[in-house]
Write a protein that binds this ligand. Structure first.
Ligand code: AMP
Length: 382
């Protein structure tokens, strides 16, 4: 649906009111937009800055109620069912489109898309039964990773298979649901490119980020990544090719493995703002959240210029083991910024907030972020 620009004073709708929705909403509110979000929890993080329409993402009635009250819609999660997105799209512009989400939200479709567009990825096989899993293992090899085709995030809904005998247990653990089996990549590093594509097809990407995951959950990000200009340019080129082929409007995140022989493989794509783009808020002229708003509203994109090297460390629920952590050391560090999402309940692995650190030196930014995080870990464990 072609629309005129959505301007300040008009209403942005976001499917999902978690921390990503909240940070988009904060940027939108700053620029004079009204914001409504769809979330099952009326006390979700975005409720502090946006009106909440209560409902599950899979609830078409609630989604249409949200859409009726908005001028344009976007999302903070790829897990909204295609049928609901298609309903929304019938009455309001939705960016990114339902079609983009259809390509990305099922790992099988996403891998097919990468294959069709000659974008590099690890070896994989489609698995719809235990027999298919057992038949695929000799070809894919071990170790391998079995991932549920839909619904997984932050390392959830995936199991490692270290020996062919593990197959039955892995198949049970994922609920006998359709999966893909991936060859395990013994990577040297993980990278991501966060970019925005406007309705006019303009693309601007943020500096390639370098990511470290722990138990499948992002732990730290450093941007720009400490790799050669050549590697970063290759990642940007691959991410741009994916964005053009998807015809996405909005932010796209492409996550990569950098192999030990310097090849880049796409691990996965997310059609939205991303945890590895949090450093852009504070480090760049335009954050990923404002860039998302600009793209979705049909505005020109902002400058992605980064003022200084930056690092980010996530604050997960285990840091709340002894109650609310003491954040004074972070607040006393002039190069650090504290972000808390306002989640009422903490549990291990839940993303509760993050710290970003800016410095003239990339290594130092990461060291400071890790030191501040380490103090919180010791206080929670001590
Ligand atoms: P995902 O949710 O698929 O992005 O997986 C979360 C994290 O698990 C990744 O960022 C990697 O650290 C790890 N991982 C996922 N797939 C693979 C793979 N095929 N080989 C090695 N590590 C992987």
């Amino acid at each position: 649906m072609k629309t005129a620009a959505i301007v300040p004073g008009q209403t942005l709708g976001i499917l999902g009111g978690g921390q990503l929705g909240k940070m988009i909403a904060i940027e939108a509110r700053r620029m004079g937009y009204r914001v409504k979000v769809l979330d099952p929890d009326t006390a979700c993080p975005a409720s502090e800055v946006a009106e909440v329409v209560q409902g599950a993402w899979s609830d078409p009635t609630a989604a249409l109620e949200l859409a009726m009250g908005c001028d344009v819609l976007t999302l903070e999660t790829e897990h909204v069912p295609y049928a609901v997105l298609a309903e929304i799209e019938r009455i309001r512009p939705l960016r990114p489109s339902a079609q983009v989400l259809r390509t990305i939200q099922d790992r099988y479709d996403q891998r097919h898309f990468l294959h069709r567009h000659d974008l590099p990825q690890t070896r994989w096989a489609n698995v719809e039964s235990l027999a298919q899993l057992q038949a695929a293992l000799p070809d894919i090899g071990v170790p391998a990773i079995l991932k549920r085709r839909t619904g997984g995030y932050d390392g959830r809904a995936q199991v490692r298979i270290y020996a062919p005998d593990d197959a039955a247990a892995a198949w049970q653990a994922l609920g006998q649901a359709p999966c893909i089996l991936e060859a395990f990549v013994d990577f040297a590093a993980e990278l991501s490119v966060v970019l925005a594509r406007s309705a006019q097809g303009e693309i601007r990407f943020f500096a390639t980020a370098e990511n470290v995951h722990k138990q499948g959950i992002l732990h730290t990000t450093v941007a720009p990544a400490r790799f050669s200009q050549m590697t970063r340019a290759r990642a940007e080129d691959l991410a741009t090719r994916a964005a053009v082929a998807l015809e996405i409007v909005g932010v796209l995140t492409v996550e990569f493995f950098l192999t030990r022989d310097d090849a880049l493989l796409i691990n996965e794509m997310a059609p939205r703002v991303h945890n590895s783009g949090h450093v852009t808020l504070g480090a760049c002229v335009t954050s990923q959240f404002e860039q998302q708003l600009r793209a979705v509203c049909g505005l020109p994109l902002g400058s992605q210029h980064q003022h200084a090297p930056a690092a980010m460390v996530n604050l997960l629920g285990e840091l709340w083991a002894k109650g609310e952590p003491n954040f004074m050391a972070i607040l006393a560090e002039p190069r650090a910024h504290l972000h808390l999402y306002g989640k009422r309940v903490a549990h291990p692995g839940r993303k509760m907030g993050h710290i970003t650190v800016l410095s003239n030196d990339t290594d130092e930014a990461l060291e400071v972020a890790e030191r501040l995080h380490g103090q919180l870990v010791r206080a929670a464990e001590g």
